[in-house]
Design a protein around this ligand. Structure first.
Ligand code: SF4
Length: 421
């Protein structure tokens, strides 16, 4: 192996030297997926999923989380990202990508978490803030295209390779960032819990999020656990996941709309933002085709569409894979909104997801994606602005999208590469 790309203190993942065969599969994966200069690392963890001997693993934090659960002074709150509920079963012999939301909540409660919330709530907040930002930029003809910023590896790529264009990145924190901010600043007050005694944990399909929370502005999340890390914890505790009692998410940060659920798939952020942007512009529900934007749901690495928002038409692009985005980067100026996810298929294919046979990975990703869209189709509230808990949080606390309070708690500024350590 001619380069060591996992720094010893990388917060996202680690290489176990004794297991490593120095075969270079990881480097080839990185080259194919990210096509970066030598020694550059986006922390996405694509290499973890293809290492034949498991020498690359997430940086584990579950022991610290357990220690906090055992501390009588602490309230440990976990929030679950959408893509985890369609992947955890892949570790325990369920059908590929089976949707196991209630079982997942049940197992987290049995592990002792004080509250179990749904990060789809944070995704709804991201949708509303990002749709507001998009409309503002279009109306003021400023800093277009707007680039999504939910994926920390994509943000890092911008900082490394396109630092003159950082103004195009949405200032919205990722759903995990927004969720934790609301837990520590809003929920803490609501429940009269000292902020210092709250420990926030994000359960995510993503190892890059372990780096994101080290960044300025993301301090409200204390730990990130990955899907594969949770599976390890379940086994260590001897819990029979197949037979664990099902449970519901806790209130008030515990339910998102269908728009929040589809964030886990490539194209989902864009579709969710468009549903809400239409409503914000016209004060009426978007037409039926906004609830199944087929052209943005394919498996193609680059998907585009022209969308009629009634007041104006916009052009959107959805890209999964950094190598793809860097190839077509100069043409992105022709669009108004661009969603980029680093991992294949979006977060359903994240580096923190269960290890499966590499050849079967596309089938797993397809099943996970379809099951998220299936849940969206079954939900009555499919748009973030329809979520009654979101309406309440704006009414009681944030006031309106883009307010000073929202800017303060839900947005960040991107400075020239402030690399995750
Ligand atoms: Fe993480 Fe999702 Fe980005 Fe992959 S696509 S690095 S899972 S945020």
């Amino acid at each position: 192996m001619d380069r060591v790309f996992v720094a010893e203190d990388n917060p996202s993942f680690q290489r176990i030297e004794e297991r490593c065969l120095h075969c270079g599969v990881c480097l080839n994966t990185c080259k194919k997926q990210n096509n970066l200069p030598d020694k550059a690392c986006l922390n996405c963890g694509a290499c973890i999923l293809t290492c034949p001997v498991g020498a690359l693993v997430p940086r584990y934090n579950y022991k610290e989380v357990l220690a906090n659960i055992n501390d009588q002074e602490k309230f440990v709150i976990i929030s679950v990202s959408p893509a985890v509920r369609v992947a955890i079963g892949d570790e325990f012999g369920f059908a590929k990508g089976e949707f196991l939301e209630k079982k997942l909540v049940g197992v987290l409660k049995s592990l002792g978490f004080h509250y179990v919330f749904d990060t789809t709530f944070g995704a709804d907040l991201t949708t509303i803030e990002e749709a507001t930002e998009l409309i503002d930029r279009i109306e003021n003809k400023q800093n277009l295209p707007l680039f999504s910023s939910c994926c920390p590896s994509w943000v890092l790529n911008m900082e490394m390779n396109h630092k003159d264009d950082l103004k195009h990145l949405s200032s919205c924190k990722s759903p995990i960032g927004m969720q934790s901010s609301m837990i520590k600043n809003y929920f803490a007050k609501l429940k009269a819990i000292e902020k210092e005694n709250i420990i926030t944990v994000a359960l995510a399909p993503c190892v890059s999020k372990k780096s994101e929370i080290k960044r300025k502005g993301f301090e409200d999340t204390d730990y990130v656990l990955t899907t594969s890390e949770l599976a390890m914890l379940i086994r260590e505790k001897g819990i029979d996941f197949k037979n664990v009692a099902e449970a519901e998410f806790d209130h008030i940060l515990g339910k998102g709309s269908g728009g929040g659920v589809i964030f886990g798939s490539s194209g989902g952020v864009c579709e969710s933002v468009l549903r809400t942007a239409y409503f914000l512009l016209n004060k009426e529900k978007a037409p039926q085709d906004f609830f199944n934007l087929e052209s943005l749901r394919t498996n193609d690495p680059i998907k585009t569409a022209e969308i009629d928002l009634k007041k104006f038409k916009i052009k959107v692009a959805v890209i999964n894979g950094i190598s793809e985005v860097n190839k077509v980067y100069s043409s992105l100026k022709d669009y108004d909104f661009v969603e980029v996810m680093t991992c294949s298929g979006g977060c359903v294919g994240g580096g923190g997801q269960p290890l499966v046979r590499t050849a079967e990975m596309p089938e797993y990703i397809k099943a996970r994606r379809e099951n998220l869209y299936h849940d969206d189709a079954n939900l009555t509230k499919k748009s973030s602005y329809e979520n009654p808990d979101i309406q309440k949080i704006y009414q009681d606390y944030l006031k309106y999208p883009g307010s000073d309070k929202a800017q303060d708690l839900l947005h960040v500024k991107y400075d020239v590469k402030e690399l995750c350590k």
